[in-house]
Design a protein around this ligand. Structure first.
Ligand SMILES: Nc1nc2c(c(=O)[nH]1)N[C@H]1C(S)=C(S)[C@@H](COP(=O)(O)OP(=O)(O)OC[C@H]3O[C@@H](n4cnc5c(N)ncnc54)[C@H](O)[C@@H]3O)O[C@H]1N2
Ligand code: MOO
Ligand SMILES: [Mg+2]
Length: 425
């Protein structure tokens, strides 16, 4: 794989005929049409439910807050008693949060603290900064409106209302919300089970000495990290040698209890690329080669399960690390999110328009995904080396430019930017 972009030669009839590659959008369409959310559900502790997807709506069994309560440290009063702006009221009681006071007699005030239940009869709180304590009395130097600094019962959540919809991917704030109505457990879809393996005789695990001609298996760390972020249940089958037999055996084993098999490398056209023929022997390839750079040889298919219990999905990612990274973000992630039960519209990568502060004078026939970083001027800088093996570009960048086929870029042009903030969440 060359690290220099191609010249912008348009497709020419003089070239040998080749099956046209699918576009990125066609490929995404193919994948999302095939993805069916997992059906099985399980009940788990709310505390363990981060990143899981709700299988049923959550309905509130209580009001939140469950009582009118004070929003400030101060004095609970009857607003009508304070109309003068200098009312002097006897402090009849003290109500900290978590305690229940007595009904408030007319002409008196209750010392009250943030979150404490309003006493019956009080209809406003005056913050203590507007009050002057005077022995057993308090002078209220403010004219409160009825309801001032009072949080009313059910203001956040009404009993009986649906607070979370089925299909919601639970973030920390949704867990907090569920807990606020006392929900200790939640019914979620089971995790997506992913098998992953890494093809290549050249691969060595970090921690081992490198062999001559060898490289470290960086894709393992990259892909495992990406899968971890998506909350998948991962089985790692490790490094598999470049042999048809070994690849077929690992595919068969991986298909058994997994929804998706992800492989790295061996998916292009070389004699040592055995992944595609292995999948064809153990199932089928539905899609191969996308008009994109990096990531052209991406493959999608299915692998039969021996016991006659259907098929596991298969996605073969190119061995080049940047190609693996980009194809994961653009295809594997939406596919997995869809298997996890997210609605289609929620899984598609969302681009924003930003200004390029660099020139990209050589167009490519493939749709390009350039590693770029937002600069202090609100524009985008380009990493100088865009080769598919230059992993440094992915650590330097904070997103990708989605550059259409045949498109050059001049400094000042608006381009489509895909932020890692969004793609890696
Ligand atoms: N004649 C052609 N050659 C290539 C084509 C082509 O169309 N015609 N496509 C090129 C493109 S584009 C890509 S991308 C790569 C994809 O290759 P494979 O998926 O077959 O992957 P490998 O050949 O096994 O490895 C490619 C490259 O990546 C390194 N690699 C592999 N696994 C790992 C890993 N786990 N961690 C880090 N690096 C890895 C491997 O050593 C190679 O350098 O094919 C082009 N060739
Ligand atoms: O350009 Mo390949 O598609 O290096 O990923
Ligand atoms: Mg290859």
């Amino acid at each position: 794989m060359s690290s220099t972009p191609n010249s912008s030669t348009p497709p020419s009839s003089a070239k040998p005929a080749r099956a046209p590659m699918q576009s990125v959008s066609q490929a995404l369409e193919t994948l999302l049409s095939a993805a069916v959310p997992v059906a099985q559900r399980e009940i788990i502790d709310t505390l363990d439910a981060c990143e899981r997807v709700l299988a049923e709506p959550v309905t509130a069994s209580i009001d939140v807050p469950g009582m009118d309560n004070s929003q400030m440290d101060g004095y609970a009063v009857r607003a009508a008693d304070c109309a003068s702006g200098q009312a002097r009221l006897r402090v009849s009681q003290r109500i900290p949060a978590g305690h229940v006071g007595q009904p408030l007699e007319p002409g008196t005030a209750a010392r009250i603290f943030t979150g404490a239940m309003m006493p019956a009869g009080a209809d406003a709180v005056v913050m203590q900064e507007a009050c002057e304590a005077d022995g057993e009395h308090v002078v209220i130097r403010h004219v409160p409106a009825a309801g001032e600094w009072v949080r009313t019962i059910g203001e956040d959540i009404r009993q009986g209302s649906t607070i979370l919809a089925a299909g919601t991917r639970l973030r920390p704030q949704e867990l907090g919300l569920a807990a606020s109505i006392g929900q200790a457990q939640l019914q979620v879809l089971r995790r997506v089970r992913v098998a992953v393996f890494f093809t290549g005789d050249e691969l060595t695990m970090p921690g081992q000495p490198l062999k001559p001609g060898g490289i470290y298996n960086s894709n393992r760390f990259l892909l495992r990290g990406l899968l971890q972020k998506l909350g998948c249940q991962v089985s790692d089958f490790g490094i598999v040698p470049d042999s048809l037999q070994a690849t077929r055996e690992t595919l068969r084993e991986a298909a058994r209890e997994h929804d998706l098999i992800i492989t790295s490398g061996g998916v292009s056209v070389g004699e040592e690329d055995h992944v595609k023929p292995a999948v064809e022997a153990e199932g089928r390839i539905n899609m191969w080669q996308i008009a994109m750079k990096p990531g052209k040889p991406l493959a999608f298919g299915q692998v039969r399960r021996g016991e006659g219990t259907g098929e596991a999905f298969f996605m073969g990612l190119p061995g080049n690390p940047v190609s693996s990274f980009v194809t994961f973000l653009l295809f594997v992630r939406p596919f997995l999110l869809r298997l996890q039960g997210l609605p289609r519209e929620a899984v598609l990568p969302q681009a924003v328009a930003l200004r390029a502060d660099f020139d990209w004078p050589r167009a490519d026939r493939r749709q390009e995904f350039l590693r770029v970083r937002r600069n202090a001027q609100g524009g985008l800088d380009l990493f100088p080396s865009q080769g598919s093996a230059v992993l440094t570009s992915t650590a330097w960048a904070d997103g990708l430019i989605d550059n259409p086929p045949g498109q050059t870029i001049a400094a000042g042009d608006m381009v489509q930017f895909l932020a890692f903030d969004h793609l890696l969440n």
